[in-house]
Design a protein around this ligand. Structure first.
Ligand SMILES: Nc1ncnc2c1ncn2[C@@H]1O[C@H](COP(=O)(O)OP(=O)(O)O)[C@@H](O)[C@H]1O
Ligand SMILES: [Mg+2]
Length: 375
């Protein structure tokens, strides 16, 4: 505890210095990066990030003393409480719970802060600030419609409409493209999945949970990471087997996410058959209508389904080189030419495409999967 106190005092000094308030002086360099983006479909201006430190009293008041009734989510790493600030703004207060030592807790906190403090995009959960008194908290805008996971898999509510599923795929692609290409540094999220995509009050998908995110220096092709963390069922083969992380790690997970949106099936469920191995035969033989969530009946758009399944089949390719970038995904999802010729793989590469998640059953499961309450 003493250690946390001492460390947090130095954090407090850091946070109170004016230079720390610049948060992300990203606009200039981001503009430079954007010039080199292969595809820039968004005309929207990027908001400049601003965040501040909150006091523990403010957090305590806002969450009714961290009351259980305010607990809205619990993942593998944190508990999240709904709160209301004195000015009426509704917030999500994330309290990190995984770490057993104060040192690890601070590390987790700073890792996430180091990313969320620098990002600002309509499809990324807005970071409002942090609280370093007593405990370490990250504060975000509250996404009132919950996670995509809770919307997709709640058997007691009506099925998520196709239009919203498509909008979710498009918005998430935009958010990911921003993380990879639109902000100051390349950010690899590493845990793209339905419980980490939240829905705002106006049904806008927002990428959240940057607990595993990594920066990637521009001159690096990739980085090797250990331990391998993330969610079983969404991990790209090169990451699962060698810890290799780059943008294509997220592209792969995005492909699985699309399949989850289409089918309403979880990446792994109790049946020991992964979503990937279930979906692959339908993708390969073109019987894509069999992938649709049966709860939707005929209420879906066949052209959009063709587009999404085409994109998913590219994103989940075993060989990362043959996966598209998020810029290319965005182009496709927004109506770009779906030429099979353009994406054709050499025959010898196809041989390797039989890699499947279930092949890894013997390798043991890496870490965690987070679950959210109400999902
Ligand atoms: N900004 C938010 N608004 C509403 N709910 C949230 C928000 N952030 C997180 N949650 C809920 O809390 C859950 C866990 O949060 P997350 O940041 O993913 O923690 P973990 O790192 O433990 O996975 C999410 O799946 C979601 O249900
Ligand atoms: Mg999570």
């Amino acid at each position: 505890m003493k250690q946390l106190f001492l460390r947090s005092r130095s954090l407090r000094r850091f946070f109170s210095s004016p230079s720390s308030r610049r948060c992300a002086e990203e606009n200039g360099s981001a503009a430079a990066r954007r010039n080199s983006v292969e595809h820039e479909p968004e005309a929207k201006p990027v908001r400049k990030p601003t965040w501040r430190c909150f006091s523990y009293e403010e957090m305590h008041r806002a969450t009714n003393g961290f009351h259980q009734d305010n607990l809205v989510g619990r993942g593998g790493y944190a508990e999240v409480y709904r709160g209301e600030l004195d000015d009426g703004r509704v917030i999500a207060v994330k309290r990190l719970t995984r770490a057993v030592t104060d040192e690890q807790k601070e590390k987790d906190f700073l890792t996430e802060l180091g990313t969320v403090g620098h990002v600002s995009h309509p499809n990324v959960t807005a970071f409002l600030g942090c609280c370093i008194d007593k405990d370490l908290h990250l504060i975000f805008e509250f996404s009132s419609l919950g996670s995509v996971s809770s919307n997709l898999h709640n058997a007691n509510s009506s099925p998520m409409a196709w239009k919203l599923r498509y909008k979710t795929a498009v918005g998430t692609a935009r958010g990911l493209h921003y993380l990879h290409k639109g902000c100051q540094r390349r950010i690899i999220h590493r845990d793209i999945k339905s419980s980490n995509i939240l829905l705002s009050a106006n049904f806008e998908p927002q990428i959240s949970d940057f607990g595993l995110a990594k920066w990637l220096p521009s001159e690096w092709t990739h980085r090797a990471v250990a331990p391998i963390e993330g969610t079983f069922g969404c991990l790209a083969p090169e990451y699962f087997t060698h810890g290799i992380v780059d943008e294509k790690t997220d592209v792969f997970a995005f492909g699985v996410f699309i399949l989850e949106i289409i089918s309403g099936r979880k990446p792994v469920d109790g049946s020991h058959k992964s979503l990937l191995s279930w979906a692959r035969p339908y993708l390969n033989d073109g019987t894509i209508q069999l992938l649709i969530d049966t709860r939707l009946g005929e209420d879906y758009d066949i052209d959009q389904l063709k587009r999404l399944t085409f994109i998913a089949s590219l994103c989940i390719r075993a060989n990362a080189t043959w996966r598209p970038s998020m810029a290319e995904v965005l182009n496709l999802i927004e109506g770009g030419d779906m030429s099979s010729e353009r994406w054709k793989m050499p025959e010898e590469e196809k041989e390797q495409e039989f890699w499947d998640l279930d092949d890894l059953d013997d390798c043991g499961t890496p870490t965690s999967s987070s679950s959210s309450m109400g999902s």
